[in-house]
Structures are given as structure tokens and as C-alpha cells.
Design a protein around this ligand. Structure first.
Ligand SMILES: [Zn+2]
Length: 247
């Protein structure tokens, strides 16, 4: 497993293929491992296949050659494949919120966003975001989230649909059967679950068919206002008591 080579990394918060890099960048390519977050060396040749004495493919390796990390090749593949499947569809079946009936979400946009996960220590991949025609977004976690990650996304008030694809990640050798995987992503609700408190999901649900980050955000933002009003009432009551005592 040591010093395994692979061809997709993270650069500036985005997935990048090694073939997009210039030769010579090497350790200064600014690329990081999608799996462990460690810096990578890009190995890119400018020579044509005829000039090369031995067959060579552009690739990444960890700068720290003692690592046992395999670069998360399988997970990267699943992540990118899911993105492509969703990009070419417009509807995904999801468990209903919060009562569990299945429903379908229509959406317009699918993209990777690294801003949410950037402050999370155990996630290096950009998040897969799905957005509907009203600009409401939710995150699709193409894996089982750790407790730290769940807490992190709750803090961001980003609704998260967790997709359990562990069956596809465990078998390192066999290639993913795309039509089967596509059916799982788009049709299967048994492998999907919403992450978040019931109350949050209920608020979200009342704003549309699925959790709505912006509207939910407004409700959360009003909490400090309610605290201020509460504090005002208490102080007012104290004032009246003092005034009555003086009389
Ligand atoms: Zn790594």
C-alpha cells in the first residue's frame, strides 16, 4: 500500500486531475490528498509517449512517503460519479421529513463547495451541494458522517442528506456498476437519511418539501431577538417591583 499513486487531488478546494497540471510543479503544485489532507507531489511529464523510454502516466504521490494512505481513490471515484449522475438528472427520491414518507426533490444545480467542510478537521473533500430553483440548498454526504461532522453541519444549519454507500466503498478492487449505482442514488430511499434535530427538520419541512437553509436561518436568527425581549420584560418587572416597594 505504501506510496500509492493516484490521479485526483484537491487544489484550492476543488477536485483536480493530475493531467491539468504543468510539468515541473512537483511538491509546489499546491495539491492535497482528498483522503488525509496531506500535501502531494505532482509527477507530470512534458515528453511525448515516443520520447519516453518507459511507459509513464502522470500521477500524484504523498510528499511524506511513509504514509499508508491510499489517496482515497475509491471514495473520490464515488464522489465524482455521484456528482455526474445528479448533474444529468433533475430529481432525487428522498425520505420524507420528518415522518418518513418518501418524496421526490426536484433541483436545478449540483456542485462541489469546500467552504462548509473547510473548517472541519476530518473532511478534506469539497461538499456535494444540491440546490433547487428557489436557491435552497442541502448537502449530500456520500458516506457515513462521523459524529464530529454531524455536529459541524448542524452548527452551519445546513440540512444534510446522508447516503450510505459503504457497500460500494468496501470492495477496493471491483469497479462500481454505474447503472446500479445510479439507481441507488436517484431511486433508493433506504440508504438515505436526513441529519439534524427533529425540530430543525420540522421547521425546514414547513418551508417547503425539504430542509431550507435560508428560511431556517431566519428563524434561528430571531432567537437572539426573543432573548432581548425576554430580558427586557424581566428588567421591567424588576423595576415595577422596586417602584412598588418604595411606595
Ligand atoms: Zn492521503
Amino acid at each position: 500500500m505504501k506510496n500509492q499513486t493516484f490521479n485526483t487531488a484537491i487544489k484550492d478546494g476543488h477536485y483536480i486531475s493530475v493531467d491539468e497540471l504543468e510539468p515541473g510543479a512537483g511538491e509546489k503544485c499546491g495539491c492535497f490528498c482528498p483522503e488525509c489532507g496531506q500535501p502531494l507531489r505532482s509527477n507530470v511529464t512534458a515528453k511525448s509517449p515516443e520520447e519516453l523510454k518507459v511507459p509513464f502516466k502522470n500521477h500524484f504521490t504523498h510528499i511524506d512517503t511513509s504514509t499508508n494512505c491510499d489517496g482515497g481513490v475509491k471514495k473520490t471515484k464515488i464522489h465524482l460519479l455521484t456528482h455526474d449522475i445528479l448533474k444529468n438528472a433533475a430529481e432525487i427520491k428522498v425520505p420524507g421529513i420528518p415522518l418518513g414518507q418518501p418524496s421526490s426533490l426536484t433541483y436545478q444545480q449540483v456542485f462541489f463547495d469546500s467552504t462548509l467542510s473547510s473548517t472541519l478537521s476530518d473532511v478534506y473533500r469539497p461538499d456535494l451541494i444540491i440546490e433547487n430553483q428557489h436557491g435552497h440548498q442541502f448537502l449530500l454526504a456520500v458516506d457515513l458522517l462521523t459524529e464530529t461532522a454531524k455536529k459541524h453541519y448542524r452548527k452551519h444549519k445546513m440540512p444534510v442528506l446522508q447516503l450510505d454507500v459503504s457497500g460500494y466503498l468496501s470492495d477496493a478492487e471491483e469497479d462500481v456498476k454505474v447503472p446500479e449505482f445510479k439507481a441507488v442514488i436517484l431511486e433508493n430511499i433506504d440508504v438515505k437519511s436526513w441529519i439534524g434535530s427533529r425540530k430543525f427538520l420540522e421547521i425546514a419541512n414547513s418551508n417547503g418539501i425539504h430542509p431550507v437553509s435560508q428560511s431556517a436561518g431566519k428563524i434561528w436568527k430571531s432567537v437572539p431577538n426573543m432573548l432581548l425581549i425576554g430580558a427586557g420584560l424581566v428588567l421591567g418587572a424588576l423595576g415595577i417591583t422596586q417602584w412598588l416597594r418604595k411606595k
